[in-house]
Write a protein that binds this ligand. Structure first.
Ligand SMILES: C[S@@+](CC[C@H](N)C(=O)[O-])C[C@H]1O[C@@H](n2cnc3c(N)ncnc32)[C@H](O)[C@@H]1O
Length: 225
């Protein structure tokens, strides 16, 4: 299920890769969303060694935000971009962290992986639908999923050119989807989770332009009932 790298928008921006590399190394200011994600996760950490899966981990910089607030988790990152996985592993190696914790794979093909907590930050929107990723994540046995995405009054599927990629790849398209809060909450209810939607500290309901597309971010905190 891993998209062919030639078609994967996350493989074709040198500028984004360099930013992710610097974040992975802790050389960039902390992202507000990573700080908020770590803070939300901290409320559900009740023992040492709990396992976290960071889905769409990019360079895996969430580890720095967790460390900043003293949260010790057994961190795993999952990403379907070989370029992102490569730079995340390299950064972890040079920081003395285990590169083997970064898994190359599509969340929709996730089987047999168990964890206590899931983070999925700025990632679900880029998938064709929310159902399959969330179903797979429920299958990990996680008690809590912390998801930052574009949740709104209705589901709107957009398949558009990225427009910010290196040539000759700038024709590539991706999903930039908005998910209906009520559809997501109902789906999560069927999976046995209670959903709470939390405002995004950085944007507080304001529209943010992400590579030319309007986004209104918020957080889904889904707790197993
Ligand atoms: C916008 S980046 C977010 C990176 C990081 N979470 C952050 O907030 O900085 C989205 C990442 O999700 C990954 N991704 C998107 N859909 C995925 C899927 N179905 N399975 C695994 N990774 C996925 C992409 O490869 C990309 O690295």
């Amino acid at each position: 299920m891993i998209p062919p790298p030639a078609l994967n928008i996350w493989e074709h921006s040198r500028q984004l890769r360099e930013l992710c590399r610097r974040r992975a190394m802790g050389l960039e200011p902390e992202m507000d969303c990573a700080a908020q994600g770590a803070e939300i996760l901290s409320h559900f950490v009740d023992r040492r060694g709990m396992r976290l899966l960071d889905v769409g981990c990019g360079g895996g910089h969430l580890v720095h935000s967790l460390a900043r607030i003293g949260i010790e988790l057994d961190y795993y990152g999952l990403d379907y971009s070989p370029a992102m996985v490569g730079l995340a592993r390299k950064a972890r190696r040079s920081l003395g962290l285990d590169p083997g914790r970064i898994i190359l794979g599509d969340v929709r093909g996730l089987v047999g992986f168990e964890c206590d907590l899931v983070a999925m930050i700025n990632t679900l929107s880029f998938n064709p639908d929310f159902r399959e990723p969330l179903d797979r994540l429920a299958g990990t046995g996680a008690k809590v999923m912390v998801i930052r995405d574009f949740f709104g009054p209705s589901t709107v599927v957009s398949w558009e050119r990225d427009g910010f990629l290196d040539e000759p790849h700038n024709h590539l398209k991706g999903y930039w989807n908005q998910w209906s809060t009520s559809e997501v909450a109902s789906f999560m209810g069927d999976l046995g989770f209670n959903s709470t939607f939390v405002p995004d500290h950085r944007t507080m309901g304001r529209t943010e332009i992400v590579v030319g597309k309007p986004y209104i971010w918020s957080w889904l905190v889904a707790e197993r009932a």
